[in-house]
Write a protein that binds this ligand. Structure first.
Ligand SMILES: Cc1cc2nc3c(=O)[nH]c(=O)nc-3n(C[C@H](O)[C@H](O)[C@H](O)COP(=O)(O)OP(=O)(O)OC[C@H]3O[C@@H](n4cnc5c(N)ncnc54)[C@H](O)[C@@H]3O)c2cc1C
Length: 420
């Protein structure tokens, strides 16, 4: 509980997965006044599947019973019982070994996915309406020593806060405040759509339609997994040739473009990609931002994609945002006074930056692996299997509660050092 005579005002900017999770964590503490500022006019998310590894699920459980229950209401697993612990089956999608199984990494939860929009709806219910402010696109911050922070929004309004958590995604305005305009990003093609499972079953075999698979091939891969309790298959085709991206970050894409890019792939890939021949198929730009020198400055910090956007090859972007939210909200529970906020941010940065940046790096490497271009592995199935196994194990078996304890230990040590 705070020694202050008033609550500490925390502004959360952005209400995606990271912003909602951190807000839900912070709202549990009576000494904090939490306000959420979201650019959109309502809570919204593009509709697609999001896969959660066991680490993300543990973080949701640690964050609270209500977040775990929300997740459990929405989760879809592989549809076949014997595939329940399978993350993905990695299979050659082209060339002389087309159809050959390379690796089957497994974990205690297997492939666990949610429909992004439906999952976010569950979390929205956990944030009181009076603290959620919509149509508030942050443009800039005033950050003068000795004065409250002022948030300036695009609609001309302002708000005050004692500290700010930027959860405003890959094009983060908070990151620009912390680090300046320029940050590294990669932008290859990332195309996907949702396909009714019955259509997938008609075109492919049942096992393939109902369980998670990654077809790998020269320079690209195609992921599929069930969502919507097995009613829908999420299909994502990724060309790793890192072409220059032009136009909006999400845009409709013609099937012919996909067909051209995958023209040399085998019959299974062709049947699968034909399912993307619909007007809803969209292409996303991917980002990879693993190099920022800090996640905070003074009373302003960032989390989730704002801090460490990653490629999707290990299904970890949302998971990392949730891990951030758990550690950061735990630190805020321990804050007594306003001047301790920068120390909490420092402890958060020290623990979360190495982990999340390493996740970005291994995700990038996993993209190279799935494109059969990872140095030292290339097209060797045995080495592929070894590589994907240790890579995923490292990611999944992180002790997130241990990270929280470590962050709290660092925070306590900073307090004892007399920094405040
Ligand atoms: C197609 C696709 C598939 C993916 N699949 C997976 C997966 O399987 N598993 C996984 O773990 N991750 C996946 N990811 C990544 C994952 O979606 C992100 O890592 C995660 O959503 C990041 O959450 P976030 O809250 O940090 O950012 P976001 O979800 O981007 O949320 C940012 C929020 O901030 C708001 N905002 C932006 N700018 C401002 C501003 N200036 N002022 C106020 N508000 C602002 C936005 O409107 C938005 O609501 C995928 C991503 C994509 C695009």
């Amino acid at each position: 509980m705070s020694n202050q005579d008033r609550k500490i005002r925390v502004a959360v900017v952005g209400s995606g997965m990271g912003g909602l999770c951190v807000a839900i964590g912070l709202l549990k503490h009576a000494h904090l006044d939490v306000q959420v500022y979201e650019a959109a006019h309502k809570f919204s998310e593009i509709g697609a599947g999001v896969a959660f590894g066991p680490n993300a699920q543990r973080a949701l459980r640690l964050l609270g019973k209500e977040t775990e229950e929300a997740y459990l209401r929405q989760v879809t697993h592989n549809q076949w019982h014997e595939e329940r612990n399978v993350w993905f089956e990695y299979i050659y999608g082209m060339g002389p070994r087309e159809g050959e199984l390379i690796a089957v990494p497994k974990n205690e939860t297997g492939q666990s996915t949610v429909h992004r929009a439906k999952f976010l709806d569950e979390f929205v219910r956990l944030v009181p309406k009076e603290v959620a402010h919509f149509g508030k696109r942050l443009e800039r911050l005033d950050d003068e020593a000795g004065a409250p922070l002022t948030l300036h929004f695009k609609d001309g309004t302002t708000a005050e806060a004692d500290c700010i958590i930027g959860a405003d995604g890959v094009h983060s305005a908070v990151r620009k405040h912390l680090l300046g305009e320029n940050h590294p990003a990669l932008d290859p093609v990332f195309t996907g759509s949702l396909v009714p499972i019955k259509d997938a079953e008609a075109a492919l075999d049942e096992r393939f339609a109902k369980n998670s698979t990654i077809l790998v091939g020269d320079g690209a891969c195609i992921m599929t997994y069930p969502i919507d309790f097995g009613e829908t298959m999420n299909v994502v085709a990724i060309n790793s040739s890192y072409k220059k991206w032009e136009g909006p970050w999400v845009q409709k894409v013609a099937y012919q473009q996909i067909a051209n890019e995958f023209s040399e792939w085998g019959p299974r890939a062709q049947k699968l990609l034909k399912l993307l021949d619909n007007p809803e198929t969209a292409a996303w730009a991917m980002f990879d931002n693993s190099k920022v020198p800090t996640f905070y400055k003074g009373r302003v910090a960032m989390l989730g994609d704002a801090a460490h956007a990653s490629t999707p090859f290990q299904g970890q972007g949302a998971g990392q945002a949730i891990e951030d939210a758990y550690v950061l909200s735990s630190l805020f529970a321990a804050i007594d006074t306003l001047d301790q906020v920068p120390l909490a941010f420092q402890a958060y940065d020290k623990v979360r930056r190495p982990r999340s940046q390493r996740v970005c790096e291994t995700s990038r490497e996993a993209g190279e692996l799935c494109a059969l271009r990872l140095k030292g592995v290339n097209d060797d199935p045995k080495l592929f299997e070894q590589n994907i196994t240790w890579r995923m194990d490292w990611m999944w078996h992180r002790d997130i509660a241990g990270e929280r304890a470590e962050a709290l230990g660092i925070f306590t040590a900073l307090l004892e050092d007399g920094k405040v």
